[in-house]
Design a protein around this ligand. Sequence first.
Ligand code: MN
Length: 481
Amino acid sequence: MNNWVTEELKTADLGDKRLNKRLTFIVEGLASKPDKTVPQTFEEASQAQAVYEFWSNPHVKPSQIIAAHRDATLLRIKGHSIILVIQDTTDLEFASLATRRGLGEISKQGVEGIKVHNVLSVTTDGVPLGLIKQIAWVRKKTRKGKGYEERKRKIEEKESYRWLESFRETQELVPPEMEVVTVCDREGDIFELLASPRREGAHLLIRAAQNRNVKTSTEQGEIQKLFTLLKSQEVVGEIVLDLQKTPRRKARKATIQVKYATVTLQVPSNKPPLKHNEPVEVAAILAEEINPPPKEQKVSWLLLTTLPLNNVSDAFTYLKWYSLRWLIERYHYVLKSGCKIEELQLETGERLLRALACYSIVAWRLLWLTYTSRLDPHQPATVALEEEEWQSLYVKIHNKLELPREIPTIYQCVRWIARLGGFLARKGDGEPGVMTLWRGWQRLMDYVAMWKFMVAMVNELECDKDKDIEMKKENRNKICD
Ligand SMILES: [Mn+2]
């Protein structure tokens, strides 16, 4: 998997060729042992030192690191007709070290850390293609205001502006001939976002949090509450959705009843008067699970979308797309549990931000590997693995030195990697998850190192043999002379 790094970072421009090279070197190292500490990954002291120096270098901008990955992501996006772009924020929590500075408040009280807003592009069948943008920031110790004061401020001055800024950039970056649907959870239910200018083919799909004032076209003039209005609609259909495992629930199939309506969202009364603050017409979909298993929280989503909603099958499509939002949760989980980013012992927020940018690329790659192998199972392993990777994997799993005539499929290889990570591959075990795969990957990297070493040794022996023959020939010639 390591040569992919060169390709992934080929547009990197940190203002200095040596820094660009160093970046590739670091991401390669982290990708081979993402859950290990820096000294464990970069065994030579001088190399580990180089990594720390890079992360301490004020000339290295985290946004420039992400920009290289973004360029590669945009190449992957090309050729799809529709792409989903999921936005979500997560908190990275860091233990307070006596020497640590430059962190800020996060959602959890009394804990310091970094806030990270990721913008992840995903195909409509659920393959994560990479980040389009990442905004990571440290909250100032004295924020301007909370509660009512905070709400009254202009959106441009608020933290929540990140959702709008990301939406605007997404529209600029994704090729104009493509449809692009920005998907947000309840935190993204922001009037200014729903009212944002949109280019043709750019849409929003947001889970509603606010019980907004709305009007419908049929009952003109009468203002109603969004949730009440949707609940009073008739059920138009039922769909079964695959719910994935999260820290809060097991994976299950949920039968969901669907209602929908077209509504006009009224401008919230606490908004400062702005030109573009006008009522917005959107489609609203209410999705409620029937008969959820006991003790499980039932699915109840109210989604707002600017996408055209003409019939129940449109509603089903948008629900399926919303259910893929789960992938960004997975991404954050990989970043935290897989890369153990919260365990980094770096001393300043600035350094952590540079490290985060590097690890973000590694975490995406693993997520991509997990889902691409499920959705495009027949591709040869070489779409994601280097020759020595699939070969050493094959030899390890089959316990013999013979290689197959044909390159195994990516699906098969990913299951073998998962086996190294403890996946039993019994009937009913389903597909291996990203963490199992991650553990397997670590072990595979050790086999790959050994495999390369052996291949090098064999080559050297062959070479010696050749030399031997040469020498014997020479000797014979001499004798003949
Ligand atoms: Mn969220």
